[in-house]
Design a protein around this ligand. Structure first.
Ligand code: SAH
Length: 338
């Protein structure tokens, strides 16, 4: 076995230089994916956790250069679901058998923290885990939302390369994004983060730093997605991020954080028709099916041609590769219910 993969597999620690070597070396890819798959099996088992994604607003005050719903994209048909609509969707997810709902939106400050807290406490009357993905808020707001019942929070760091971060996110504050992540951890959220693969100017060294940051934060969930250029953004002429490289960053993350949750991301499936299954066989153990209604979903276009999940097909494909849909909430650590 490749010495670096072997070390990572048993010690779950690598230096930046060792990570860069793995990322550079194309000849070890299959061995890397196999090692990540075996650690996935050993630490989190064969169950695949489904998280039902609800995209409840595409209003956003940010201008991330890559994102289709950035504030300056005037072509976007903006929508906001009402509290009742969001709760109704969560109920549908519950009735269907999902164990987790993820409430995602642009950074939309129209939903005041008390309104969000109310939505959360209403949804938490159902037996569901609840994840938020609503961007940066202050410590107090995160605290109120946690106390209302939110269990998890997703906030990708996107890149840990500060210069690149500042180029990609005009008027955003890199240090604040990090502070948000550490605040979420402090408040007891299961904290998810992750990065984009293929931002213009991104180096393998910076991807190695991203992985080391995941470890430093002790993230509970990591989502890795290749960049998919959106035609109505400044990055419209950029190239697609590399699917293979995204898979490698994901696999190395599994080696270093063996017991966390790792989704096979929609962006991976969008770039490769078998991307989700390949990811599940290279370290991933989570899928996030989008349950937003079709006519609304198409307006939440962070990138074009977002892949869908066909539940029946997914179930069959999982069976073929010896995996089952989990019937638990899939926390990182087993928690006693209160
Ligand atoms: N407003 C929330 C949710 C953002 S959408 C937040 O700030 O966390 C979720 C993720 O989609 C982002 O974190 C980003 O990594 C990803 N994304 C956005 N545009 C993309 C694109 N063009 N290609 C691939 N992924 C993209």
């Amino acid at each position: 076995m490749n010495k670096i993969i072997e070390k990572a597999k048993f010690e779950h620690i690598l230096s930046k230089d060792e990570i860069v070597q793995l990322l550079q070396d194309e000849s070890i890819n299959q061995e890397l994916f196999k090692a990540a798959d075996s650690l996935r099996k050993e630490f989190v088992g064969d169950e695949v956790h489904l998280r039902a994604l609800i995209e409840f607003s595409n209003f956003c005050h940010c201008n991330c250069l890559y994102c289709g719903i950035r504030a300056e994209n005037l072509c976007v048909d903006r929508y906001r679901l009402s509290s009742d609509q969001i709760i109704q969707l969560a109920r549908q997810a519950y009735d269907f058998g999902y164990k987790t709902v993820v409430l995602q939106s642009g950074e939309d400050l129209a939903y005041k923290v008390d309104e969000m807290a109310q939505i959360i406490s209403e949804i938490k009357k159902l037996d569901l885990a609840l994840t938020l993905s609503i961007g940066e808020r202050n410590f107090e707001d995160y605290k109120i939302l946690k106390e209302a019942g939110a269990d998890r929070f997703l906030l990708r760091i996107e890149t840990t390369d500060k210069d690149l971060y500042m180029k990609m996110h005009p008027n955003a504050d890199f240090e604040n994004r990090k502070i948000c992540l550490f605040n979420l951890k402090k408040l007891g959220y299961e904290t998810g983060t992750g990065c984009l693969i293929g931002l213009p100017g991104q180096s393998l060294e910076s991807l190695a730093d991203d992985i080391l940051f995941f470890k430093e934060l002790d993230a509970d969930m990591i989502g890795i997605g290749p960049l998919i250029p959106h035609p109505q953004t400044p990055l419209k002429n950029a190239e697609n991020g590399s699917f293979e490289l995204a898979l490698k960053v994901m696999a190395i993350t599994r080696l270093l954080l063996p017991d966390i949750n790792i989704p096979a991301t929609t962006a991976m499936e969008t770039l490769n028709p078998n991307g989700r299954i390949m990811a599940l066989q290279s370290g991933a153990n989570v899928i996030m099916p989008n349950i937003t209604a079709e006519d609304i979903r198409c307006k939440y276009e962070i990138y074009p041609n977002k892949a869908n999940v066909n539940y029946k097909q997914l179930e069959a494909k999982l069976k073929q590769i010896g995996r089952q849909i989990s019937s638990t909430k899939g926390y990182r650590k087993v928690r006693r219910s209160l």
